[in-house]
Design a protein around this ligand. Structure first.
Ligand code: FAD
Length: 685
């Protein structure tokens, strides 16, 4: 068993800005532009795969900065963090290092949709990410602003197909070459900041926007379609000025659950965790929003913002007269600030102060930094392949908010995947795609590249068709082995741990199946459990574990000799037992689709009136393309595996119905002929 103590930070003190002229080489396999959540995962993943990698970012001190809420995970997002961790990414371990308040969201629902989440210490998170990058072999970190992307003109034999050759930094004449470049510039591409009536260029408060040269190359030389989106952040409030007695205490989980499969505990001890608080808006808040509308440029624009993380202005305008939740969240162990989640706003600073003071717990609150909004360009992600490579430019990859997503987790997941593929391309290995049936990352990327975005995209469990199989608890079994054996981005240590876990779980499940007892005997062994089966039948330990009130611990104390070696996995075994029948059926569905690839789809189907559950978007695609086989439908952009399952059931039903009709017609014909014969026979000769 691994010693899973959290290691001390490595190399943090040696983090010093380097200039381009100090970089040892002028040629890399992979260059990553941007040190945010996508860029750091991309750079680390590319280096893990074996590529000589350069990470260039505007300011080294902002590497790993949490631009908005200091938190990680949540419903849907937590699954992404677990998957990034399973592929040996950074954010899960950084969350375990920096977390100050851990909780599992959605606990009232099944474990498949639980959302691991942590409130973070901003400073610790940044330190962890910076320290990891600095100690990653084959990775060089450089402070600088990328001014220009270097690309070749299309080859006459491949019209429209450019190739990336490297980058040029601002104030540096020498280019730095690379086979692959990953752009992860977040909200910085043509970024503008908004507060009240003033606007200024910027990617984030205190940071200049990305150079116009970069946007020009993307739009004018490469002809990429771009769009514009917006987001915003709340004012930061001085903790001492808040009356927390007027808010509801929201304690963390008593036992913090680590994000990382490599950690058995978090750095913060259970009793050291800090609480969050919940309060609500009042009618006064709505009044201030309305009074300040004419002074609020950001809200007057029709650029799309994040629907599921809206500003207080949008919430008030969309749902007038309602009380809205405001979470008061600590920013770190030593921070004097509170982050008021739910109060993102862009009105003038004096109105922001008036607004927050309309909330009883904040009636004397002082603002440390006002809220602001940002508008930025994104590249329409349908121009990317499932490897996140720009289809028209070999070697150019995009990841993170530049692809129209919002959130650290979405950015980290794309960054990791772009990093793996950029390194593979540079090392002359084929690029790869992750499927919707194996991961949330696969769903995220498939949604982006096949459907595109019209508003900032964030991950939800409802986007995932096979969510009972793609659970947070089993991300290591789904991805770590593949990450080591096929992708090359997972360390041997992590791989060995995943193999140990897989083998132990298999042995434990076999031991549970081997425990086959009659219901009468189970009642004797587990006298405290309620069993509805009236008949005396044989049930295995696995069947018993599916009962709500049977835990693995109960079974292990009844059968210590065969089950106690697996106590470490008690929760995973319980979840596995509960979901096993569903996952088995889902697996069969997936296999069936793969077998029935060649099934013909009738060309006269009216997709709009099919009595099956298909979205309007899916019906339109099927109607437009009219795929000839099920396999062809599977490969259509925007067609989900769930749609394929419904289509398969429907076509099978129609085939059976047709067969029955044919049989009936044949039977009727035979009957008629017999009748005729009989009648003929009875006719007088
Ligand atoms: P970022 O984390 O933004 O990182 C981009 C990096 O690229 C930066 O380090 C920057 O310095 C660097 N860079 C840019 N251009 C260049 C260049 N030319 N050369 C070198 N380096 C460059 N998310 C939510 O989920 N909910 C919210 O409510 C929310 N609100 C936000 C509010 C604000 C004001 C901001 C700025 C962001 C908000 N976010 C929110 C978004 C969240 O911060 C991002 O989704 C996430 O950080 C995206 O990660 P990224 O790696 O794509 O980009």
């Amino acid at each position: 068993m691994l010693t899973k103590k959290l290691p001390p930070l490595k190399g943090f003190l040696s983090l010093v800005p380097r200039r381009a002229s100090h970089v040892a080489r002028q040629q890399y396999d992979v260059i990553v532009v941007g040190g945010g959540h996508a860029g750091t995962e991309a750079a680390a993943a590319a280096a893990r795969v074996g590529a000589e990698t350069l990470l260039v970012t505007q300011k080294i001190q902002t590497i790993g900065a949490l631009s908005c809420n200091p938190s990680l995970g949540g419903v849907g997002k937590g699954q992404l963090v677990k998957e990034v961790d399973a592929l040996d990414g950074l954010c899960g371990r950084a969350g375990d290092w920096a977390g100050i308040h851990f909780s599992i969201l959605n606990r009232s629902k099944g474990p498949a949709v639980w959302g691991p989440r942590a409130q973070l210490d901003r400073q610790r998170y940044r330190e962890f990410i910076q320290s990891e990058l600095l100690s990653t072999p084959r990775l060089t970190v450089l402070e600088g602003s990328v001014e220009e992307l270097l690309v070749t003109e299309p080859n006459p034999e491949e019209p429209g197909q450019h190739k990336v050759t490297g980058i040029r930094l601002a104030n540096e004449s020498h280019p730095i070459s690379a086979s692959s470049v990953i752009l992860t510039t977040g909200t910085f591409l043509s970024g503008s900041l908004f507060m009240g009536q003033s606007t200024s260029p910027g990617g984030r408060i205190g940071d200049a926007p990305s150079s116009t040269g970069l946007s020009q190359t993307l739009r004018e030389r490469l002809g990429l379609r771009t769009g514009r989106l917006r987001t915003g952040t709340p004012p930061r409030i001085l903790k001492d000025s808040v009356d927390l007695s007027q808010a509801h205490l929201h304690p963390p989980d008593s036992h913090p659950t680590p994000f990382s499969f490599m950690n058995t505990h978090t750095r913060c001890k259970p009793e050291e965790q800090l609480p969050c608080y919940l309060t609500h808006t009042t009618p006064g808040v709505e009044r201030v929003v309305r009074e300040s509308l004419h002074l609020n440029c950001h809200i007057q624009q029709d650029t799309k913002g994040p629907r599921y993380c809206p500003s207080i202005e949008s919430r008030v305008l969309r749902f007038p007269g309602r009380q809205h939740q405001v979470w008061l969240e600590p920013e770190g162990f030593t921070s004097d600030l509170l982050y008021p989640q739910g109060l993102s706003m862009t009105m003038p600073p004096d109105m922001q102060l008036r607004l927050i003071r309309e909330i009883p717990a904040l009636h004397r609150a002082e603002i440390h930094m006002p809220g602001y909004g940002v508008q930025y360009d994104f590249v329409c992600p349908t121009q990317l392949s499932p490897a996140l490579q720009v289809k028209s430019t070999q070697g150019l990859f995009l990841a993170g908010q530049i692809n129209g997503t919002t959130g650290y987790e979405e950015a980290a997941a794309q960054g990791l995947w772009a990093g793996v593929n950029a390194a593979r391309l540079a090392l002359s290995m084929p690029t790869l795609a992750l499927s919707r049936t194996e991961s949330y990352i696969g769903v995220l990327i498939d949604d982006l590249v096949s459907r595109g975005v019209t508003e900032p995209y964030r991950m939800f469990t409802s986007r995932v068709e096979f969510r009972t199989s793609l659970r947070p608890d089993n991300a290591d079994l789904r991805l770590t082995l593949k990450g080591f054996e096929e992708l090359g981005c997972v360390s041997t240590l992590r791989y060995q741990e995943a193999v140990r876990v897989r083998d132990s779980l298999q042995d434990a499940l076999a031991a549970l199946e081997a425990l086959a007892l009659s219901t009468d005997n189970w009642r004797k062994k587990l006298p405290n459990m309620r069993m509805s089966e009236a008949k005396n039948m044989t049930l295995t330990g696995g069947n018993m574990l599916q009962y709500k009130d049977v835990s693995f611990e109960m079974l292990a104390s009844a059968f210590p000799e065969c089950l106690s070696p697996y106590m470490e996995f008690s929760q995973r075994l319980k979840i596995e037992a509960v979901y096993r029948p569903h996952c088995y059926l889902q697996k069969k569905e997936i296999e069936r689709i793969q077998r029935e690839e060649n099934m013909s789809l009738p060309q006269d189907i009216d997709y709009f009136s099919l009595p099956v559950s298909l979205s309007q978007e899916v019906r339109e695609i099927l109607d437009r393309v009219r795929p000839s086989t099920l396999g062809a439908a599977t490969r259509l952009q925007g067609i989900t595996p769930a749609a394929i399952v419904h289509l398969l059931h429907y076509v099978n039903y129609m085939v059976q119905k047709e067969k029955r009709t044919h049989r009936n017609q044949a039977d009727q014909k035979e009957d008629r002929e017999e009748d005729m014969c009989a009648r003929n026979a009875s006719l007088p000769q």
